[in-house]
Design a protein around this ligand. Structure first.
Ligand code: NCD
Length: 310
């Protein structure tokens, strides 16, 4: 298994063994991610972090991960301060970052942007979200969270709730959960159903996802409830957004119908879809999940730079 120099564009490019080894390396990273132990294994490396779309967790956790490993970070959180403003192409921006650093983390509003960038870069490109496409490192931290909390992924009843049409986290995660043999239920407004391609990929792994609009029923058997935000910025027509806005909300009342050990996850940011009163319940895993982004991204960065031990 060799990660050295690999691009990470889609979760589909990683085998089960590869995902499992990233997750077990991530476990070892936890005390380093918390600052309880120190390492400088990436002190000779510079990472470019290029964000063409807003981000809090993905960008900061990549930066934290690189810093915790003793590496350094360059980049931008907003392309408006770069030569993109003067009309520079994505390809040229990537060529520059490629010559100034040893790997590139890219978030971009266009699906396929990360794959295209990997063609222009000689160093590894990590997709930190490409439009409504994929978000592989979010999926790795989601799998890490489920595995840590539930011990295994296979056989878990996972409900994916929300904007399954435009949500890239849901697309990557549905594939990975089916790959690992979880049972899937998709709950969404009618107009925001999971894309057919993702459903058929799940079926290829022998998983038959249940599609429903009834959250109260779906929640009864769930081990994991994965909530997502309606991706307002991806709607071509604001009227369509207005029709589904606020159409679901996870509350303590609703969670009473679920199992005692049900965990509620969310890639965040949340807007209105989880009542803040849920935060204080033992079901709420989303903040811990967001922290897990640091050890998981540390593991991935270390591996693509060829460091397999701490
Ligand atoms: C998600 C994203 O950007 O796709 N956020 C994240 O990376 N944690 C989810 C979202 O924006 O709704």
């Amino acid at each position: 298994m060799d990660f050295l120099g690999r691009d990470v564009i889609s979760i589909k490019e990683l085998s089960k063994d590869e995902i499992t080894s990233i997750l077990s390396f991530a476990k070892k990273m936890v005390p380093y991610a918390k600052g309880e132990q120190q390492t400088t294994i990436l002190q000779d490396k510079v990472l470019s972090v290029l964000f063409f779309e807003p981000s809090t967790r993905t960008r900061l956790s990549f930066e934290s991960a690189m810093n915790r490993l003793g590496g350094r970070v360059i980049g931008f959180a907003d392309p408006s301060g770069t030569s993109q403003k003067k009309g520079e192409s994505l390809a040229d921006t990537i060529r520059m970052a490629d010559s100034y650093s040893d790997a590139i983390v890219l978030r971009h509003p266009q699906e396929g942007a990360a794959r295209l960038s990997a063609e222009f870069a000689t160093h590894p490109v990590i997709n930190a979200g490409d439009g409504a496409g994929q978000h592989p490192t979010q999926t790795l931290l989601d799998l890490f969270t489920i595995k840590t909390e539930k011990k295994k992924i296979e056989g878990q009843n996972v409900v994916l709730l929300g904007d399954l049409k435009y949500g890239r986290t849901a697309h990557s995660l549905a594939y990975a959960l089916a790959f690992f043999g979880a049972n899937l239920t998709f709950v969404s407004p009618e107009s925001l159903r999971m894309p057919k391609e993702v459903v058929s990929e799940c079926k290829e792994f022998g998983v038959e996802p249940v599609n429903t609009s009834h959250l109260d029923k779906a929640i009864k058997e769930a081990d994991v409830l994965y909530v997502t935000r309606i991706q307002k910025e991806r709607f071509p027509d604001p009227e369509e957004y207005n029709k589904v806005m606020g159409s679901y909300r996870v509350t303590c009342e609703l969670l009473k119908n679920g199992k005692e050990d049900l965990i509620v996850m969310h890639p965040l940011p949340r807007v209105t879809e989880i009542d803040p009163e849920v935060d204080a319940t033992p079901h709420a895993l989303y903040f811990k999940q967001a922290f897990n982004g640091v050890p998981v991204r540390m593991a991935l960065l270390a591996l693509i730079f060829g460091r397999k031990t701490l």
